[in-house]
Design a protein around this ligand. Structure first.
Ligand code: FES
Length: 104
């Protein structure tokens, strides 16, 4: 994967364990989560009615949308109640203190 495809979106220490934040890359909103020491990145807009998933509840490597309770895997974006449906999920890495997401 091309080196330049990773973009720095936050610094280590900025995220609260068990919470998400919304970051923007080239106009695209991405929800960045920090859970049990790992980072995950998903499309921020819930495919149901567009709620911001970054504000959802994290539990057992999933995020639950606050509006109507749809749950998505933090690891791969699968909608856990109907696994044939997925939202975008993106690789995350830490380089030094930089948290980087690959959006390509
Ligand atoms: S908007 Fe997310 S479950 Fe309805």
């Amino acid at each position: 994967m091309a080196e330049h495809s990773y973009r720095t979106v936050a610094q280590v220490g900025e995220l609260i364990e068990g919470r998400g934040v919304c970051v923007e890359i080239d106009g695209r909103e991405i929800a960045l989560f920090f859970d049990e020491g790992s980072y995950y990145a998903l499309d921020n807009a819930c495919p149901h009615q567009g709620a911001p998933l970054c504000e959802g509840v994290i539990f057992d490597k999933s995020v639950t949308c606050l509006w109507h309770g749809w749950r998505f895997s933090l690891e791969n974006g699968t909608w856990l109640d109907s696994p044939r449906t997925k939202i975008g999920s993106y690789p995350v890495r830490v380089e030094g203190d930089a948290i980087q997401i690959c959006v390509v």
